[in-house]
Design a protein around this ligand. Structure first.
Ligand code: SF4
Length: 369
């Protein structure tokens, strides 16, 4: 579990398995939840209270976000990677034709995303330090800032001084998943490369907070370890970051493992119903936080959670470098994960409206930065 967690995993899971329906009901009656209430809401006993959780989460989301859903898209700039994460299609041992975009190619990709009306961009890359280094990224971000109001990164972790350069160039948000907070499992899944160091990966997020990023995105790759344990770790991690780096907002993502080339046997499958329960519990415990849902999930599931708890949704995502421009050539290329919602931005926006909400393409401006 997250190292600063005040409870150990066995005690926590034992508590959760003994939560009663009455415990869940009393947590749902509260306006401000304690950590123990969060544990009640992710318990098996809470599975019978999903409609009540949904209603309460809807009210919380309405309170902090109104009837809005923010749209964004990822831009993959390289699928070269020196790490060997067992669950990922980009791991160093996978043989396929890799791509790394030059600065001008990144701008061409960005133009396509911008043409969809999107104003919020997530730059994604494998760990590719030879080419995708801080100097290259600073140059690219300065150009992208001319096109997008909000830029965040999901790339190889960097030292604080490099994060600072990226922040000054115009990056607002940092996303860095711990993948799993269970250290022995982490070490068994990350065979080689810089990412194999669990503690160091955890520390990088603090470097990002010190560098000034406004948004810090955390998450676990759901399916690796017991999801309830990961949920408690994510919540504890967020509370730790909030306490120590209060200038930054903490946001949450909930990526579930989807099939990859070569196969990976998911050790702890998580169902859609469980994913919904988890997201609702996060909305109720962290009412003001951004919750992200990606195109890993189906249209139906995404429609359901944007109504109740998710505040941010990706759209028209392509998870191959160069894929926005070269859509026609995509079919034989290997993405990082399988997409389950390939709707266009217009379709996603229309579905948001049909659900009685407003799609938001821009929610940030330079004057705020
Ligand atoms: S998860 Fe990230 S670091 Fe690991 S192999 Fe995939 S791209 Fe590389």
């Amino acid at each position: 579990m997250f190292p600063h967690c005040k409870i150990n995993e066995d005690d926590a899971l034992n508590y959760i398995s003994n939560v009663s329906e009455q415990d869940v009901k009393s947590s749902l009656l509260k306006t401000k939840l304690a950590f123990s209430d969060f544990m009640n809401l992710i318990s098996p006993a809470a599975q019978g209270f999903i409609p009540e959780m949904r209603e309460k989460a809807k009210r919380a989301k309405l309170c902090y976000f109104g009837k809005t859903v923010r749209l964004y898209a990822p831009l993959y700039i390289s699928n070269y990677c020196i790490n060997d994460c067992e669950y990922c299609g980009f791991k160093t041992g996978t043989k396929f034709e890799r791509k790394r975009l030059a600065a001008d190619e990144i701008i061409e990709e960005a133009k396509v995303i911008r043409s969809y009306g999107l104003d919020s961009l997530l730059i994604v890359s494998g760990e590719d330090p030879k080419k995708i280094n801080v100097d290259f990224l600073v140059g690219v971000v300065k150009r992208l800032r001319e096109m997008f109001s909000y830029i965040s990164i999901e790339i190889a972790p960097m030292p604080e001084e490099d994060y600072r350069k990226l922040f000054e160039a115009g990056v607002h948000g940092l996303t860095l998943y711990q993948e799993t907070y269970d250290k022995p499992l982490y070490e068994s899944l990350h065979h080689s490369g810089p990412k194999a160091d669990y503690d160091k990966r955890l520390e990088f997020m603090e470097g990002g907070a010190k560098a000034g990023f406004y948004n810090l995105g955390i998450g676990a790759l759901l399916g690796l370890h017991d999801w309830r344990s990961e949920a408690m770790s994510m919540a504890a991690h967020a509370l730790y970051l909030r306490k120590n780096y209060w200038r930054s907002k903490i946001s949450f993502s909930f990526p579930r493992i989807t099939p990859i080339e070569g196969g990976f046997e998911v050790p702890n499958e998580m169902s859609e119903d469980e994913l919904e329960q988890l997201m609702l519990a996060f909305r109720l415990f962290f009412q003001e936080s951004d919750l992200y849902i990606s195109t890993r999930e189906t249209r139906e599931f995404r429609q359901k959670v944007i109504s109740s708890c998710a505040s941010h949704i990706s759209a028209a995502s392509v998870v191959v470098p160069g894929g926005y421009v070269e859509v026609a050539e995509l079919k034989d290329d290997l993405g990082q994960f399988t997409l389950n919602d390939t709707r266009s931005v217009d379709c996603v926006a229309e579905d948001i409206r049909l659900a009685g909400m407003e799609p938001v393409f821009k929610d940030w401006d330079t004057c705020l930065g």
